[in-house]
Design a protein. Structure first.
Length: 133
């Protein structure tokens, strides 16, 4: 539903801000997901993107799940869905490779969704690719 999607987008942006300002953990998401902006060169290239999944604030148990990548315009990903495992430390990184092309001075946004234990979805996170020129 568009209204729910709009609220999720607002929540996606507010949760990290509330966490950074107050130090409080917002438990409305199954995991805290961060995706630092990736840098591409102009022209056709492969861009590595690292997705950091932090479940340390939840119960410390091993979880499995998958990330789902909706790549930015002009990019593709070999496997749209990638599995991940989180050990007892509560954190893991998953690196995916985007393939595509960008014009100089441009940026493009996609989305990363994290499915925890195959049933709970964390809030969607923006994936940004910028040209380094």
């Amino acid at each position: 539903h568009p209204t729910v999607a709009g609220h999720l987008i607002v929540a996606e942006h507010l949760i990290p801000i509330v966490h950074d300002v107050t130090g409080l953990t917002i438990e409305g998401s199954a995991a805290l997901v961060t995706v630092p902006p990736a840098t591409a060169t102009t022209g056709d290239n492969t861009v590595p993107v690292t997705v950091h999944i932090d479940q340390a604030w939840t119960a410390r148990h091993t979880t499995k799940g998958s990330i789902v990548i909706d790549p930015p315009a002009g990019f593709t990903v070999k496997h749209r869905r990638e599995p991940y495992d989180v050990g007892s430390d509560g954190e893991t990184d998953v690196t995916v490779s985007l393939r595509g092309a960008m014009a100089p001075g441009s940026s493009a946004n996609g989305t990363v969704r994290v499915l925890v234990d195959g049933q709970t979805e964390a809030l969607p996170t923006t994936l940004t690719v910028n040209t380094g020129e």
